[in-house]
Design a binder for this molecule. Structure first.
Ligand SMILES: NC(=O)c1ccc[n+]([C@@H]2O[C@H](COP(=O)([O-])OP(=O)(O)OC[C@H]3O[C@@H](n4cnc5c(N)ncnc54)[C@H](OP(=O)(O)O)[C@@H]3O)[C@@H](O)[C@H]2O)c1
Length: 261
């Protein structure tokens, strides 16, 4: 393992891929050595602006060696990225959301062979929020929980992976099982339901509110990201942490030493 962590980035031409290139520029503890785009992408063979991976490419050269495959290609590029990491026996870090149950199972399976870290949200604030949410949900076990999220107009999945992660934390903290979200709701609220509301528009980077409503009072826990560099910085720190670990499935809480609440 070299001292500087070498990353191959899948989805390198997307919003998060570009944010990662931005935050890594000028750092000497990590570098991007391959900037992978979708086969047939107009970006293929174009200049990437990354000094250590000067061109976007759709095929990873066999001679390129790296420590971590970082994936921000969404659910459509995820399978290919995971296959590369397994084939090259390197660590795999993914922030792609909207993954199917089969894709999540594939991650678990890969974790028997390589170190794997998937997170719906790499920001420090959301890592702490999820702890606060679990504690509040446990202490206020019979208060109604609604999760409200807002993102930019291009986001494909809904509710967001972060909203679903927060919902799962609430369900686990209350000793229950997270149910499939209902986005179309009519009539009275179902007892114990974790409700979701989704808003899309403009360039909103990501906002999540967990609202716990009792009788005569309510508690609101809110995180707002105003710059996607926070996700890129968190992903970069997590990738450096993951490189060279033993095979297994790791979480953001592991990287931050937060433990599960
Ligand atoms: N975990 C976090 O902290 C975090 C934060 C923000 C976003 N996200 C998630 O990260 C993912 C990407 O978000 P984004 O805003 O960067 O989306 P984006 O701008 O659409 O970027 C995704 C990129 O992946 C490319 N791609 C698709 N299939 C591919 C394949 N087979 N191989 C290589 N590249 C492929 C797309 O190319 P084309 O456009 O040519 O198809 C696009 O450039 C989403 O799932 C989003 O929800 C996670």
């Amino acid at each position: 393992m070299s001292e500087s962590t070498r990353l191959a980035v899948n989805g390198a031409g997307g919003r998060m891929g570009l944010a990662l290139a931005r935050v890594i520029a000028g750092r000497d503890d990590a570098s991007i050595v391959a900037a992978l785009v979708r086969p047939g992408s107009p970006l293929e063979d174009q200049s990437s602006g990354i000094s250590t991976a000067p061109r976007f490419e759709s095929v990873l050269p066999a001679a390129t060696s790296f420590d971590v495959l970082v994936d921000f290609s969404g659910s459509s590029g995820f399978d290919h990225a995971l296959a590369i990491a397994r084939e090259r026996a390197v660590a795999f870090l993914s922030g792609s959301t909207g993954l199917s149950a089969a894709q999540m199972l594939a991650l678990d399976d890969a974790a028997r062979q390589i170190p794997v870290l998937w997170a719906a949200n790499f920001s420090l604030g959301v890592a702490v929020l999820s702890h606060l949410v679990a504690e509040a949900a446990r202490l206020l076990a019979d208060w109604d929980c609604e999760i409200i999220e807002a993102h930019h107009r291009h986001k494909l999945d809904a509710p967001s992976g972060t909203a679903l992660m927060l919902g799962r934390r609430v369900a686990e903290a209350r000793g229950g099982v997270h149910a499939e979200p209902r986005l179309e709701r009519r009539g009275e609220r179902l007892a114990g339901e974790i409700g979701y509301a989704v808003s899309r528009g403009g360039d909103i980077v990501g906002e999540h509110e967990v609202r716990l409503s009792g009788h005569g009072e309510r508690l609101e826990l809110i995180h707002r990201a105003s710059n996607r560099d926070v996700f890129a910085q968190g992903a970069l720190a997590a990738a450096c942490w993951l490189a060279g670990r033993a095979p297994g499935s790791y979480t953001m809480a592991d990287t931050l030493g937060l433990g599960q609440s």
